[in-house]
Design a protein around this ligand. Sequence first.
Ligand code: FE
Length: 340
Amino acid sequence: MKNYLILFFSLVLLSSCEENNSNEINIYSKRHYQVDIKQYENFEKLTGIKVNVIKAGDDELLERLKNEGQNSPADLFVTVDAGKLQKGVEMGLFQKIQNETIDSNVSVDLKDINGYWIPITYRARLVVYSNERVKESELSSYEDLANEKWKGRLLVRSSSNAYNQALMSSLYANLGEEMVTEWSTKVVNNFARDPKGNDRDQVKAIAAGQGDIAIVNSYYIGLLLSSEKQAEVDAGNSVSVFFPNQADNERGAHINISGFAMTKNAPNKENAIKLLEYLTGEEAQNTYVNNSYEYPANPKVKPSEIVQSWGDFKRDKLDLNALGIFREKAIKVFDNTGWK
Ligand code: FE
């Protein structure tokens, strides 16, 4: 009997230890960058907490969270679009994150005004132009991409892409349906070719003379310039970076964030908070900027040298949740104006 009792109490002790000191975190990730693996390994070395990652598309992961409900093993969801984070909030999948360290680590204007998601990096969707065929003085704003002078010269990927949907959502929120529909019609008219390929392919097309300007995410230029493939470095060097809407009276360039949200029933909440403290801290922020060429969410950290060489820019202060709120409307604009 005595032996049974000892066994029983040791089992109780063991299971309660497991509950309070779990040694892992489960992340559902839309991000697919090498740098993330490095970050999680560094965190594991520092804390002994194992980071497990399941990767898939963001709509797929949100659906999975919804279906798993209270039994989901996921603690955190991470993606590259505030719009998809907003969608998850709307679906009731997340809980608010309140933590002083995280809060003081990130720039105020990148934060979720409702307190659900945490930005770790941001990126601008900007214009690049051919060094041979375009002068910087010819460029000004996203609105100006509708100008006839760009006829047959503008390169951009398909409207099914989340980056374009976020850009169109921001324009819709800022300009309204009528103006944005007219803008999109004229922009489609200026296309150098039917949309195809990813952001890097648009830059390569400029280098190959298939168009003169392109709409791309900022970090892809850093990735091209630091590539091991000479053709990619050459493509990166064939263009210059331009931040739209920078004049005094203008709203600034469209940005989006990479960010984390905590699931409603996160089984390893304390560990998840520790990870977010780490990822928004200076060490991990430096790792992000020097590997992915994104901008840091922590204002104490400087972007990579390549990215710094483009100079500072003014970012659009639109509430980033608008990138989710206006998405359906933005998709209708694409459909109505023939942006494939
Ligand atoms: Fe990307």
